[in-house]
Structure formats: C-alpha cells, structure tokens
Design a protein around this ligand. Structure first.
Ligand code: 5GP
Ligand code: ZN
Length: 134
C-alpha cells in the first residue's frame, strides 16, 4: 500500500491542525533526518540537495524541502518561500558543478513518473537533452 499516496489532508496535519514536518515511512523525510544515507551536496535551513541514486545525467541532484508535502503545488500553496528556495538551491548546485545550462523537473502524479511523494525537483545537467521529454 502506498501510504503517502493515500494520506488525507487530515492525516497529514497534526492534532492541532498544523502541517506535519515529517511523514512516517517517507523516504525523503528519512534522508532529510539523516536516517537513510544519501550523498548530500548542499543544505540550507529549509532544503536539502542530494544525488539521485539512479542518475540520468552527469549531474542528477534532487532538491527537497525539509518539510513534507506530497508535490510541488502543495508546497507552493503551503510554503511559497520554501518553494522558491528549491529553485535557488538548484541553481547554486548547477553553478557549483560548472553547468550554466540545466533542466529542472517536478513530476506530479504516478502517470508522469512520480514515485516518491515528497516534493522534489530534479536538477539534470551535463549532457545534451531533447525536447519533448518522454
Ligand atoms: P520521481 O520519480 O518521484 O520524480 O523521483 C524520485 C527519484 O528518487 C528517482 O529519480 C529515484 O532514482 C530517486 N530515488 C529513489 N530512491 C532513492 C534513494 O534511496 N536515494 C536517492 N538518493 N535517490 C532515490
Ligand atoms: Zn516526506
């Protein structure tokens, strides 16, 4: 059963109605907490960037908020400033790895390839890319 997928708004909020900082059984919450190892390349107060375990480009980094939201739009509604921070961190990582050109991808929903339901932006760089994506 996909717990993250089936969570209702109510179960993602604590007893007092505040947004939960972490969701049980969420892989990226565990990486943020340091409970699952990852190759972290950049951290800020609100975001963590780490290398994708199945890299699709010479640079393939995931930038995630420390707080748990299931996709980009929910984060944008709940915390617009942190949403912007994801883009700033992605740009900083691209620059640090020497890439002026890069692609950012937010998958939203299973049918377009989202497999982890904790907001993340893919930073892909270091090779030529085609359009449209598959
Ligand atoms: P999505 O398919 O949800 O857009 O992206 C999830 C990404 O997480 C995939 O590219 C996948 O390779 C990556 N991923 C899955 N499990 C792990 C893991 O345990 N560690 C790291 N670093 N990346 C992971
Ligand atoms: Zn999470």
């Amino acid at each position: 059963m996909e717990f993250r997928d089936s969570m209702t708004l109510e179960t993602r909020r604590g007893a007092k109605g505040r947004h939960m900082a972490a969701a049980p059984d969420c892989l990226f919450c565990k990486i943020v907490a340091g409970d699952v190892p990852a190759e972290v390349v950049h951290v800020t107060e609100h975001a963590v960037a780490f290398r994708d375990i199945n890299a699709q480009a010479p640079t393939h980094v995931l930038v995630v908020p420390r707080v748990h939201y299931r996709n980009a739009a929910e984060l944008a509604h709940g915390d617009p400033e942190v949403t912007a921070e994801l883009l700033r961190v992605a740009a900083a990582v691209a620059e640090a790895e020497g890439h002026a050109d890069y692609r950012l991808v937010f998958n939203t929903g299973e049918s377009v390839g989202q497999t982890v339901f904790h907001t993340h932006v893919h930073l892909l760089a270091g090779r030529a890319m085609t359009w449209p994506p598959g």
